[in-house]
Each structure stands twice: as structure tokens, then as C-alpha cells.
Design a protein around this ligand. Structure first.
Ligand code: NG6
Ligand code: CA
Length: 508
């Protein structure tokens, strides 16, 4: 294992004083950080009431900010969720925003206008660090992993980027900084394929003895290329010098985020930090291992919490705590076994990652998309709890309103200004939200309607109820948070009202 990178990069010892002068004082141009967790559920953070895990740094943020109880991602998996977050365009309007492979082309096309473009155009420095999962280069399979991977994040508004292409469980297992693989070696070129194994490269399914860190769960399919004693989805060859080590992923992301904050303390910035925690493969740094009593999944939650703490510290140390708006959320709901034998199910005990909601990641039931959300901005947001109905689709327009109230013609077509709600000036939420897993749903906060659709009701691999049904479903979320009683036949008028909204939004 490499030395603990935090110390390695010399950041741990940096004794910045809390009053190191910041030139940033303009309230109309705060720094903005989108801190997006991966697969962290509504019940995974102690500030949401679960007593089984303690996440003190998220509590510290929640104590300074507004914690939302009815906040939603647009989708129940990462790619469509992040697509909507960055573009303000519903991912379900396109048929190519599903879970992206590690060699997928750019899902957000360069001509699209993103929230990062919006900030950049207003003079902000912009950065994207951590999990990307939105494709790189023009077309699938056409990346130059040994040269300039273009088009890339810089074409959709991110001036700086340090990213994993897709997920921890997908090749290539390398960091891509400013569109170049870090530590790429011309003598050991990287090749990636999602269709054809490379002759001579061992695969997890044939070489279980090489899986020294984690083994795949049966039948999930994470049994292809072996990187660092963990088999992944996809095939990869070369780039030995560039491969990440799973136990250092959180440190790398956190270091880069802290460096970005420090390096931009004199000018407003927009920073997206996508953590890898708690997506699979979960392989936290040894200093977190065994600390949760819940195995690697719980330990990875503590690691996430540590990242949050380091980011808050960096803001304080650089004199930016007062003038930075932080939005902490998750891309989709939780899953316990998502492909690796990490004993997460066995060690879960009484912990309920989904809180009191039904379903989980991949599901149209509430746990798929009802996510943690904390908005904090020093004196501008009065600490507390908001039950307003909010959707990540509105972050884009809200951020434009934060700065100057303008939004470019045609940009973020589905995004509405929710700034007063996000800042707690208003308890009024959205009139309705639309979400998509396999099924689509519309909810006004009280009633949720899921039209009949095709698809499995249950996923045996992850043990999650997906919410698909061949009959219409209607739930009253105020009386029935667990979506147990289908009231569609009792309340046809409510079904008709919500169906009309959905049809109008879908353009039919
Ligand atoms: C699924 C993977 C799962 C995870 C997910 C993406 C299988 C059986 N499962 O296809 O392990 O990688 O994709 O998760 O392949 S997400 O949070 O990035 O959307
Ligand atoms: Ca996710």
C-alpha cells in the first residue's frame, strides 16, 4: 500500500490559520460546492435519525444548514441522476442516459449547456473531482486512454477535472486529470474493452485465487478484469503504473478537493465533488476498517464522513466558510449487496440504509430516489429542517438565480428556481416531482402515482423491490411512507390528475 496520501501530499501538516485572509466577500457570488455521495441512502447518515451509525461531520454540516426530508434525485442510478443534476434536463427524455460503461462516450454532449458552463460564464473557476460516470470522448470505445481524452469535462464547463471515468467496479481503474490519465506510461499502453477479453490477461472468474481483496458476489458479473486483487466489470490491459488502489480512492478525491479549494480561495469557484463512497467495491482505507462494526459498507460511510469533515476544515482554514454554499446529497438510494462479497448484508444488524422507505437503489419506490440533502451557507441559511418537496432537477436554475437571476435561453429546460426553498426562506416545495427507475412516477408530495409498466417486481441479486407493476399504483405518502397500500382503484380522480401531469410533461 502506498503511504497514506494525505500525509504524502503534505496537506495533513498544513497549519493554515482560520483567519488566513480571503478576498472573497461578495455575498452575491458565494463559492458553491456540490458534494454528491454515491449510493448513500436516506437512513445512512446519523443526522437523519438512524442511531446505528455515527457520521459526526455530516452532523456538523447539518447543524449549520438546512436538512431536507423530502428531497429527490431524478433517477435511481448514477448516470441519469447526475445527468439531470448537471443539465437541468430530465434524463428520462433521452434513451441513452442509462448506467454508462467505463468506455462510454460523453453522455452530456459538448453543445449542451451545464450548470458548470453557467458558473464559468459568470467568472467562476470550475472543477469536477471524483466520480464522473457521464462518459468521456465522442463515442463509446474511442477514447485515447494514452493521450488526450477529448471531448471531455472541459467542453461542458469544468475547467479542472480529476475523475474516475465511471465507477469503482468498472475499468479503467485510473484517474483522469484534465483529460489525461495520471501516470500513463507510453511503454505500457492502456486498452479497454467491454466486449472482448485481452488474451493473456487473467479474469476474476477464472482466477479466484488472485482476488485477494474482494471476491464478487455470485451472478452479479463483477468477475472480469482483475485490478488490485478485485475483479471488475469490463476488460483492461496495461497502465500498471496508473492503476488506483481502492483503499486510497477517498484520500485522492479528498486531497484534490482540498487542493482545489486552497488554490481558488481568492476567486469564486464552483466545485463538484463526487465521492466513491459507498459504491462497490467498498474497500476503505485501513484507518476506517473495523470502525463501524458493520463491515466495509459501514466503514465506507465513516470514510465519506471524514471526507466531508476535511472539506469543511479546508473551507474554514482558508477563510471561506462564510462565503461558501454547500449542497450535500446522494445520487440515488442505497443497496447492500451490489456485487461483492463484503459481508454487508450479514453485518448490517439493525441499520436501515433506506430509513422507513420501501425499495432501494434501482427502485421507483421512495428509497430509490428520496435522498439526503443538506444545504448550508453560514448566516444565509438558518439551520433547521425543511419538509418541502425538492428535486435535484432544480439545482441548476436555483444556482443561476443565486448569482444573477438569469438563465440562458434554452438552458436547463426542466429546472425551476427553488432557491428560496433551498435557502429556507420558503417552506413551499415543488408542485410535483417526476422520477424514473425502470418505471416512472409523479408525486405531489402527498400522492405518488406509478403507471403500470413492464418489468420485474423484484431484483434477486440486490434483494430490492423495484416497484414495477402491471397495474397502476397510487400511494399516499403522508399516511403510508412505506408505500404498502395501493389506493389507485379507490382514488381514480387522483390518478387522473397525476396522470395528466405526467402526460403533459412527457409530451403526449
Ligand atoms: C450495475 C452493477 C452495480 C453497479 C451499478 C451502477 C451489475 C449486476 N450491477 O449494473 O454493481 O455498478 O450498475 O451503480 O452489473 S451506479 O450507482 O453507478 O449507478
Ligand atoms: Ca450511485
Amino acid at each position: 500500500m502506498k503511504p497514506f496520501q494525505w500525509i504524502f501530499l503534505g496537506l495533513g501538516a498544513t497549519a493554515l490559520t482560520a483567519n488566513s485572509a480571503s478576498k472573497q466577500k461578495d455575498d452575491s457570488r458565494p463559492n458553491v460546492i456540490f458534494l454528491v455521495a454515491d449510493d448513500i441512502g436516506y437512513g445512512d447518515l446519523s443526522c437523519y435519525g438512524e442511531k446505528t451509525i455515527h457520521t459526526p461531520n455530516v452532523e456538523r454540516l447539518a447543524a449549520q444548514g438546512l436538512r431536507f426530508t423530502d428531497a429527490h434525485s431524478v433517477a435511481a442510478t448514477s448516470t441519469p441522476s447526475r445527468y439531470a443534476l448537471f443539465t437541468g434536463h430530465y434524463s428520462w427524455r433521452r434513451n441513452d442516459t442509462g448506467i454508462a460503461a467505463g468506455n462510454a462516450g460523453m453522455v452530456i454532449r459538448p453543445e449542451q449547456y451545464t450548470v458548470a458552463d453557467m458558473f464559468k460564464q459568470r467568472g467562476y473557476s470550475t472543477g469536477a473531482i471524483g466520480k464522473w460516470h457521464l462518459g468521456m470522448a465522442d463515442k463509446t470505445g474511442e477514447q485515447d486512454w494514452n493521450g488526450h481524452i477529448t471531448p471531455g469535462p472541459s467542453d461542458i464547463g469544468f475547467e479542472y477535472s480529476y475523475l474516475m471515468a465511471a465507477t469503482g467496479d468498472r475499468v479503467p481503474c485510473v484517474w483522469v486529470e484534465n483529460e489525461h490519465v495520471v501516470n500513463a506510461d507510453p511503454n505500457d499502453p492502456i486498452e479497454v474493452s467491454y466486449t472482448t477479453p485481452f488474451p493473456g490477461e487473467p479474469l476474476g472468474k477464472d482466477h479466484p485465487e488472485m482476488l485477494t481483496k474482494l471476491k464478487p458476489s455470485p451472478n452479479h458479473g463483477h468477475d472480469q478484469a482483475i485490478v488490485n486483487g478485485i475483479s471488475r466489470i469490463g476488460y483492461m490491459k496495461g497502465g500498471k503504473r496508473a492503476l488506483w488502489e481502492d483503499e486510497n480512492i477517498a484520500d485522492s478525491i479528498t486531497c484534490k478537493a482540498v487542493q482545489f479549494i486552497k488554490g481558488h480561495k481568492d476567486k469564486p469557484f464552483f466545485l463538484y465533488v463526487g465521492t466513491n463512497d459507498v459504491h462497490v467495491p467498498r474497500y476503505p482505507h485501513p484507518r476506517f476498517v473495523g470502525k463501524s462494526g458493520m463491515g466495509y459498507r459501514g466503514d465506507a460511510l465513516l470514510q465519506f464522513d471524514w471526507t466531508v469533515g476535511k472539506i469543511l476544515d479546508a473551507l474554514e482554514e482558508n477563510g471561506l466558510a462564510e462565503n461558501t454554499l454547500i449542497i450535500l446529497t446522494s445520487d440515488n438510494g442505497p443497496v447492500v449487496d451490489d456485487g461483492y462479497a463484503d459481508r454487508a448484508v450479514e453485518l448490517l444488524g439493525n441499520h436501515r440504509p433506506w430509513g422507513d422507505f420501501r425499495g432501494g437503489k434501482y427502485s421507483i419506490f421512495e428509497a430509490g430516489t428520496r435522498v439526503p440533502l443538506i444545504v448550508a451557507w453560514h448566516v444565509k441559511v438558518k439551520p433547521g429542517v425543511s419538509d418541502a418537496l425538492v428535486s435535484q432537477i432544480d439545482f441548476f436554475a436555483s444556482m443561476a438565480h443565486l448569482i444573477d437571476g438569469n438563465i440562458e435561453e434554452g438552458a436547463a429546460p426542466d429546472s425551476r428556481n427553488a432557491l428560496p426553498t433551498l435557502l429556507g426562506k420558503n417552506k413551499k416545495g415543488r408542485k410535483y416531482i417526476i422520477e424514473k427507475a425502470n418505471a416512472i412516477s409523479v408525486s405531489d408530495g402527498e400522492w405518488k402515482y406509478i403507471p403500470a409498466c413492464n418489468g420485474r417486481t423484484f431484483d434477486n441479486l440486490t434483494n430490492i423491490e423495484l416497484g414495477n407493476s402491471d397495474v397502476d399504483q397510487l400511494y399516499n405518502l403522508k399516511n403510508d411512507r412505506g408505500e404498502k397500500v395501493n389506493l389507485a382503484t379507490q382514488h381514480p380522480e387522483v390518478v387522473a390528475r397525476l396522470k395528466a401531469i405526467l402526460q403533459k410533461e412527457q409530451g403526449n
